[in-house]
Design a protein around this ligand. Structure first.
Ligand SMILES: [Cu+2]
Length: 235
C-alpha cells in the first residue's frame, strides 16, 4: 500500500501538469447543479498497510456505468434533456474519508483512439491495476477506449488524489440487456480499488473525446456536467 501511496504522491506533479484540464473540470463541477448523490455501500472494514503501518479503515463499494446514450441512469424520463448524449449513470458519488473504495464500472459503449495515450494506463489504484472482465491489467489498447474514469484533487485544496482508469471499448454483440429505457450489449466490467484521503469535493471526468458536435469531440456531453463528469464527495 505504501507503494500505491508513493505512486499517488509521485503523480501530483502530473496532476499539476494537467492543470488546464483540471481547472476545466473544476469550473464545470462548481458551476453545475448536483443531480443526484450515490452513496457508497459499506462493506465493513479492511486492513491495509500505509507507510509501513497496518491501518484498519472503512471499506465501501460503488457501482456505476457508462452508456452510449442517456436512457439509463439519473437523467430522467425519456433520457432527460439530451437522450442521445453519452453518459455516466451517476454524477455525484459519496464516500467516506480515509477509506478503501472498491469501484465497479459497467462499460456499455463503443470506443476509439485516445487523444493522449497517458490515459490508457491505470493510475492511482491499489496495486496499480484494474480488473477488466476479471483480468488484472495496468493498461489497455489506446485505440479501443470507450471512456475513462479520471479523478483529481481540486487544485489548491492540498490533498493529492489522482485515480485514472481506462474503460475499454465494448466489443460485445450479444443479445441486448435492458437497463432503464435503454438496450445495450453485455458490458465490459471494470473493477478497481483506491484509498481516499481527507474530506473534500473532488472532480472526475472522462478523458476520451466522446462528446460529439465540436472540434475534437470535447463538446456536448464532455462539457456538460452530469454526463461525462461528476464529483466525488469525501466526507
Ligand atoms: Cu467519455
Amino acid at each position: 500500500m505504501s507503494r500505491a501511496r508513493a505512486t499517488i504522491v509521485a503523480l501530483v506533479s502530473m496532476v499539476t501538469g494537467a492543470g488546464v484540464l483540471a481547472l476545466m473540470a473544476f469550473g464545470l463541477a462548481s458551476a453545475a447543479p448536483h443531480q443526484s448523490a450515490l452513496v457508497a455501500q459499506s462493506l465493513g472494514t479492511t486492513s491495509v498497510t500505509v507507510d509501513g503501518k497496518t491501518v484498519t479503515m472503512p471499506h465501501v463499494a460503488l457501482r456505476i456505468a457508462t452508456y452510449p446514450d442517456s436512457l439509463a441512469g439519473v437523467h430522467g424520463a425519456g433520457g432527460g434533456a439530451h437522450p442521445d448524449w453519452v453518459s455516466y449513470s451517476n454524477d455525484n458519488l459519496v464516500v467516506p474519508a480515509h477509506a478503501e473504495v472498491t469501484m465497479t464500472i459497467d462499460q456499455y459503449d463503443s470506443g476509439g483512439t485516445l487523444n493522449n495515450p497517458f490515459f490508457a494506463n491505470v493510475w492511482g489504484t491499489i496495486g496499480g491495476t484494474a480488473s477488466m472482465d476479471g483480468h488484472d491489467v495496468t493498461k489497455v489498447d489506446p485505440t479501443a477506449v470507450g471512456h475513462t474514469f479520471t479523478l483529481r484533487g481540486i487544485p489548491g485544496n492540498g490533498t493529492p488524489l489522482f485515480v485514472s482508469v481506462p474503460l475499454p471499448e465494448d466489443f460485445n454483440s450479444t443479445t441486448p440487456v435492458t437497463i432503464g429505457e435503454g438496450a445495450y450489449p453485455a458490458p465490459v466490467v471494470v473493477k478497481f480499488s483506491f484509498l481516499t484521503g481527507s474530506k473534500g469535493v473532488y472532480n472526475w471526468n472522462c478523458e476520451f473525446p466522446c462528446g460529439g458536435s465540436r472540434i475534437g469531440q470535447f463538446g456536448q456531453a464532455m462539457s456538460t456536467f452530469g454526463y461525462m463528469s461528476g464529483t466525488l464527495t469525501v466526507k
